[in-house]
Write a protein that binds this ligand. Sequence first.
Ligand code: FAD
Length: 367
Amino acid sequence: MVGEVVFRDVVVIGGGQSGLAAGFYLARAGADFEILDASTGPGGAWPHTWPSLRLFSPAEFSSLPGRRMPRADGGNPDAQHVVEYLRSYEEHYGLPVRRGVRITSVDRVEGGVEGGVEGGAFLVRSADGRRWRCRVVISATGTWSRPFVPFYPGAAGFRGEQLHSAAYRGPGSFAGRRVVVVGGANSGAQIAAELAGRLNTDGGDLLWCTSGPPRYLPDDVDGRELFRVASAAVRGGGGRGVAALGDIVVVPPVLAAREAGLLEATPMFDRFGADGVSWDDGRHERVDAVIWCTGFRPALGHLAGLHLSRANGRVVADGPRVPGVPGLYLLGYGDWCGAASATLVGVGQWAKAAVAGAIGGSGVVRG
Ligand code: FAD
């Protein structure tokens, strides 16, 4: 297979929830497509999250198009429940996912011929030398592979441990230690809540540092609200992104820690010292570990050859479309390419829009 070129009308890069949602509509439209995914198993990023992670929405409001997520015992689903759902989704619809394929480049090829190969407008290459020619690329590579850690003075000289939330695997290794959790969104709140309960009993200490006061969504807001925001945006109501609603969905562990007074946020420190963190007002805290719950960036390195236009450091997108690059669609990266598109409940509408654009008059996107 290496060296040979595969022709497809549409190539979807990424087989997580976003890629599968696109696959659902492509299959319905009878399109000629393939989903190429770097992972060796289903579930996208979900198999890699920490064990106690809970969805911020109940199962019935965390479904991809066409197939309800089964209810989860004991409240909002955990990551393993999502992985099983995505596995069953892929199998149920018989989606053509080719795994173990890491795409390293996507280039436009003008005219019909490049290197003696007819047809298609994009040449997609994988790390192991395989190539696809296609008319449309839907990029759904997520953000998990690009954890973001902001710069703070002195960080390189800090002798304690630093890890991003993507590497967090639970409270066990932090017993008895003085830990700073940085970040006031869902990951920060959920990890701070889990650690607060444990460190409080084993002589450790937790400091939850946020750049501003934590913004909790109203206690009753969850996937239903995300769906409403996404729907309003798709209906052209110009709906606000989910982020505008607040930062933290109050899932039960967060509610319990907050009610117990264990979730007190501290303003962000200003710099590191060798043994801890300091503030401009002179305060210093000796610290053993810092967990950065500071989000992710879109994994778009494979699209570098397309030289996409950027504004304010972000690719210019109109929903999933990329103005000026016909045939390229971006799916699931965040509100900037579709309100709530980076959520299970919100990605479906943008997948439908991308596929409708992708296949144009050549097929009908129903459902
Ligand atoms: P991913 O799940 O990251 O999947 C991308 C796929 O692309 C992966 O399989 C990867 O292997 C593959 N890939 C990447 N690069 C390449 C490449 N170059 N070539 C080939 N394949 C590639 N959403 C909710 O709806 N509810 C929640 O409660 C919720 N909680 C979240 C908690 C955390 C900690 C995080 C990080 C996100 C959460 N989200 C939640 C947001 C969102 O649902 C997830 O980020 C989800 O994983 C996004 O799905 P995706 O398919 O876009 O990306």
